[in-house]
Design a protein around this ligand. Structure first.
Ligand SMILES: *[C@@H]1O[C@H](CO)[C@@H](O)[C@H](O)[C@H]1NC(C)=O
Ligand SMILES: *[C@@H]1O[C@H](CO)[C@@H](O)[C@H](O)[C@H]1NC(C)=O
Ligand SMILES: *[C@@H]1O[C@H](CO)[C@@H](O)[C@H](O)[C@H]1NC(C)=O
Ligand SMILES: *[C@@H]1O[C@H](CO)[C@@H](O)[C@H](O)[C@H]1NC(C)=O
Ligand SMILES: *[C@@H]1O[C@H](CO)[C@@H](O)[C@H](O)[C@H]1NC(C)=O
Length: 952
């Protein structure tokens, strides 16, 4: 079985038995003979809803109900009162019932029924019939997972004898009128209430705290809002409380009292904050405690060590700090301890290794230091051990850890081990399937791997492993290995494959030389960029019919791209061949079916024109042709590619006028367009500017990165997926174990000129909107429509033959950080309105025919000579030419070198990156040089944070 380290579904499954524990099973035999009218009511009900041929139906108890059998009390699922013979219990769960229940259904002619169970049927999203209110003797009603829809009928409020009500897993069922609040005001005898996976969308009513008989309350995943009433924790009989999955529900933990009967408490993925009170130690009955995925802070109280009945403890993904209390060593019944993703410091207490029942132990993503205690080998039952991403140091004693014979998953990546001691000969772990030793200071492939035959997932990336791969290594887990990451090492050759079922191979950033090795046909993700591969791309590659990502970029490959590669366009999502010496034509795409999302052939020597077949790639998001010798005109035919976001044609031989769009709504999602260094001519594409609507709409602050998922049939859904839904442009490489949000993420990258400097973007943020049309032969004026692209971050029109004035409308580009209009023939004044561009950090209008005064406010106080040079008519600071009169040139606020002149000023920077409003208010004595320096520094810092760039 494949498992994930953190799988909400598994947590959920672990809770299910508790949820359903209360739906009692009814005895099928009863000596009492039933009443004829009830018998016929049952048969009629069966007749109307029993659909044994529905696909999902398994043999049903209703098959035992026969016309010729008089004693309905002996039928399966039926229970009668021994004295009166009236039917009191009906369990029709999982009975292949299908379709709506009529409000006149014979079911409602069973007036003495006390327990009714219709769970796990399919009522086709119909309403719960209002006549349910006539069954006034009901004490237990279970409608879980039965596909009821609509509003819960108010007649349910008549069922005041109910002690158990389970409406869970009916996602279309609404609790509005009556609301949950009204419901609990009427049904005051409730002991068990389950409305999980219902659309409640309301605060938790305080009135629940009045249900003094309540023993289990399950409110998971029902969109609760507001603050959770603390008094509910104090209900005198409450044993089970489950609020998990209500991420909008905030709250604080209360002071817990001694004698509380709570046995199981799950606040998984809610919004609880504050400390874990030390009074938690009073909950001595607890067996299950899950506070994971909240924003709890402070230390882990050592009183937790008093909860000796605990078998499951999960405090992961909070903001907990301090050391791991040694008192946890007293929790001898613990089987699962998950403290991952906090800010815990100190060492792993050796005492914890006394918890010999532990099967699942996760301390990953903390700040733990020191060694792994040698006594860890006492944890004999352990099958899952994750210590990834801490600061554990010293010698990694694998000889000790690998004594744990049940280990299924061992993840030790990203610590600070200085050396490694391997186990002796034949240390084979029969179950070891997942092994992470990334960033573990390994200098060679650990020999103990040769004894492992069950490995499916192996991560050895970011080590110092050098040289050729030894032959024995290719035999490691030959039939099992599916995922292998050896990236960022110093491997010099990798020539053959024996792994029969390999899906993902990541060899990026090594020193691999020679020809590209052909991976097995099972391969889906083959990443070998940033090596020293040479030779041609063999047409054998075209036989990898399952391949989704092929990344051969930044090698020394030469020759032509095999034309047959285009046959893969219906499986390939990403094709990256950039940074090689490939020449010849870009292959025509033969396939009508093109699934490609990303094509990068930049930095090669491709010739000819763009293949029209690209028009079939209707999901294409990213196309980078930069730095080739493509001869073509503007590909207006790509305008219909709805998802296209990045189009980079820089430095080729494109020519001619861009022309008018061929239809409406062309390139609706384009955000980055770089046509620079070509021979485009004619006017700037004003009508396109009007259409590029993605550059006009503000991207939601909480989605400031962008990317996408690829459906993965063997990927697991983890909490991380939910949280890191789509951040950068890129796609996920499915790895069936995701340990951090970035694991298995394939980011798109690009190189563009920003602020006059060639920058490599390792990842591309969604809100980055760029137009670079520089170094072409564009003529005419800058169209006013440029000002409609209000979300532009960078605009570069330099090195053309543009005339006229700088349009005032550019002042609408309020997000603009970089504006380069240099080396054109622009005339007249620099519009003062541009001074309202608060984020402008780079401004260049040099070598034009501009005249008049330079604005002297805001950002304009930070630009220096080189922004303005070569405009004979410009005057004012920072140029030495003084302006003629005071109307033209207001005096600069401060001359250079004026020391200790007092002034106060204020910058308010808004909307940076996260959408936070950062207000910096400074009242200092500054010279304008310091002011300039500060502004530059501050903006530079902000922007580095924003784009996560790296200088080339
Ligand atoms: C509750 O059940 C009892 C019988 O157990 C019945 O007499 C009574 O009427 C029921 N209560 C209501 C409000 O119907
Ligand atoms: C609960 O625990 C706290 C701290 O451990 C303690 O001070 C308090 O007296 C306890 N309360 C009760 C009612 O037992
Ligand atoms: C541990 O669990 C067992 C049942 O698995 C139970 O009998 C025992 O009392 C528990 N021990 C403690 C200290 O709670
Ligand atoms: C474990 O419990 C015992 C008694 O209940 C206590 O004396 C001891 O200090 C506890 N151990 C730790 C490490 O807290
Ligand atoms: C491990 O790190 C701690 C804290 O940084 C340091 O005090 C200790 O000397 C280190 N131990 C080894 C063996 O490097």
């Amino acid at each position: 079985m494949k498992r994930t380290p953190f799988d909400p579904l598994m947590v959920f499954l672990a809770i299910i038995p508790l949820h359903f524990a209360s739906s009692e099973t009814l005895p099928s035999m009863s000596p009492t003979k039933c009443h004829e009218q009830e018998r016929s009511a049952l048969l009629e009900f069966k007749q109307s809803l029993f659909h044994p041929y529905v696909e999902t139906c398994s043999p049903s108890k209703l098959e035992s109900w026969r016309l010729e059998d008089d004693n309905c009390c002996s039928w399966e699922g039926v229970k009668c009162d021994e004295g009166t013979g009236y039917l009191t219990g009906l369990d029709l769960s999982e009975s292949c019932l299908f379709g709506p229940i009529d409000s006149k259904a014979s079911l409602f002619r069973l007036p003495h029924v006390q327990s009714l169970n219709l769970a796990w049927n399919d009522f086709n999203f119909s309403q719960i019939p209002s006549t349910i209110g006539s069954l006034v003797e009901l004490t237990s009603l279970n409608l879980s997972l039965s596909k009821f829809g609509g509003q819960l009928p108010s007649q349910v409020l008549k069922l005041t004898n109910l002690t158990s009500l389970d409406l869970s897993w009916n996602s279309m069922l609404q609790l509005r009128n009556p609301s949950m609040e009204t419901m609990v005001q009427f049904l005051t005898k409730l002991e068990h209430l389950d409305v999980s996976w219902l659309n409640v969308s309301a605060p938790v009513p305080d009135a629940i705290a009045n249900l003094s008989s309540l023993t289990s309350l399950i409110l998971s995943d029902c969109y609760l809002q507001g603050t959770f009433p603390r008094t509910i924790f104090e209900l005198p009989r409450l044993q089970l409380l489950d609020l998990s999955g209500n991420f909008e529900l905030s709250g604080h933990l209360p002071k817990f009292h001694l004698g509380s009967p709570i046995k199981s408490l799950s606040l998984w993925m809610t919004n609880f904050s504050g400390n874990i009170p030390s009074s938690i130690g009073n909950l001595t009955q607890l067996t299950m405690l899950n506070f994971a995925l909240n924003i709890l802070s402070g230390e882990i109280p050592s009183s937790l060590g008093k909860l000796i009945q605990l078998s499951y403890l999960d405090l992961g993904m909070n903001l907990l700090s301090g050391e791991i209390p040694a008192s946890l060593a007293n929790l001898t019944n613990l089987t699962s301890l998950d403290l991952r993703d906090n800010q815990l410091t100190g060492q792993i207490p050796a005492e914890i290794t006394g918890l010999t029942r532990l099967t699942h132990f996760d301390l990953s993503f903390n700040r733990l230091t020191g060694p792994i205690p040698e006594s860890i080998s006492n944890l004999e039952s352990l099958d899952f051990l994750n210590l990834q991403s801490n600061n554990l140091n010293g010698t990694l004693r694998l000889d000790v850890i690998l004594k744990l014979q049940h280990l299924y998953m061992l993840q030790l990546s990203s610590n600070e081990f200085s050396s490694i001691i391997e186990p002796g000969m034949n240390a084979s772990l029969p179950n070891l399937s997942v092994l992470g030793l990334a960033s573990s200071n390994l200098s060679e492939l650990p020999i103990f791997l040769s004894y492992q035959s069950r490995l499916q997932w192996l991560d050895l990336s970011q080590n110092r492993i050098y040289g050729p791969t030894p032959p024995w290594f290719l035999n490691v887990s030959v039939s099992q290995l599916q995922f292998f990451n050896l990236s960022r090492n110093s491997i010099t050759s990798f020539t053959a494959f024996k792994w029969l079922n390999l899906l993902t191979l990541d060899l990026r950033f090594n020193d691999i030389q020679g020809l590209i090795a052909l991976p097995p046909k099972s391969i889906e993700f083959y990443l070998v960029s940033n090596n020293k591969l040479s030779g041609e791309i063999s047409s054998e590659m075209c036989r990898l019919s399952s391949i989704s990502i092929l990344d051969l970029s930044k090698n020394k490959l030469f020759g032509v791209i095999p034309p047959c590669l285009s046959n893969l366009s219906n499986s390939l999502l990403v094709l990256s061949l950039s940074g090689n010496d490939l020449y010849g034509r870009f292959p025509q795409l033969q396939n009508d079916l093109c699934e490609l999302r990303m094509i990068d052939v930049s930095d090669n020597q491709l010739q000819g024109s763009l293949p029209w077949g690209l028009a079939n790639c209707s999901y294409l998001e990213y196309l980078n042709i930069e730095n080739n010798q493509i001869v073509d005109t503007f590909p207006s035919w790509m305008g219909s590619l709805y998802y296209l976001k990045v189009l980079i044609l820089r430095s080729n031989r494109f020519h001619g006028a861009i022309g008018e769009p061929e239809a409406r709504d062309q390139f609706p999602n384009l955000r980055i367009v770089d046509l620079s260094m070509n021979n485009f001519s004619g006017c700037l594409p004003s009508r396109y500017f009007n259409m590029w609507s993605a550059m006009k709409v503000h991207t939601a602050d909480d989605a400031h990165y962008y990317g996408m998922h690829v459906p993965t049939f063997y990927g697991f859904y983890t909490a991380d997926d939910a949280h890191y839904d789509a951040h950068y442009y890129g796609i996920h490489v499915p790895t069936f174990y995701r340990f951090s949000p970035d694991d298995g993420k394939y980011d798109y990258s690009m190189t563009i000129i920003n602020k006059g400097i060639l920058l490599e973007y390792k990842r591309i943020l969604a809100y980055l909107n760029v137009i670079d049309l520089s170094s072409n032969n564009f003529i005419g004026e800058i169209p006013n429509s440029t000002g409609s692209l209000t979300e532009l971050r960078m605009l570069n029109l330099s090195n053309n033959a543009l005339i006229g004035s700088i349009p005032l409308s550019l002042a609408n580009l309020t997000e603009l950080e970089s504006l380069d209009l240099s080396s054109n023939k622009l005339s007249e004044m620099i519009p003062l309105a541009l001074a309202q561009l608060n984020f402008l950090a780079f401004f260049n209008v040099s070598d034009n025919h501009l005249s008049g005064p330079i604005p002297q406010v805001n950002q304009f106080r930070t630009f220096e000579n080189d922004s303005y040079g070569g405009n004979l008519g410009l005057c004012g600071v920072p140029l030495t030419k003084k302006c003629g009169n005071s109307i033209e040139a207001p005096p600069p606020p401060l001359p250079y070198g004026a020391l200790a002149k007092k002034f106060d000023w204020k910058i308010v920077l808004m909307g940076f990156g996260s959408g936070l409003v950062i207000g910096v208010v400074i009242g200092l004595n500054m010279t304008s040089k310091i002011e300039r320096w500060f502004l530059r520094f501050y903006r530079g810092w902000q922007q580095r944070r924003m784009h996560q760039i790296r200088f080339v």
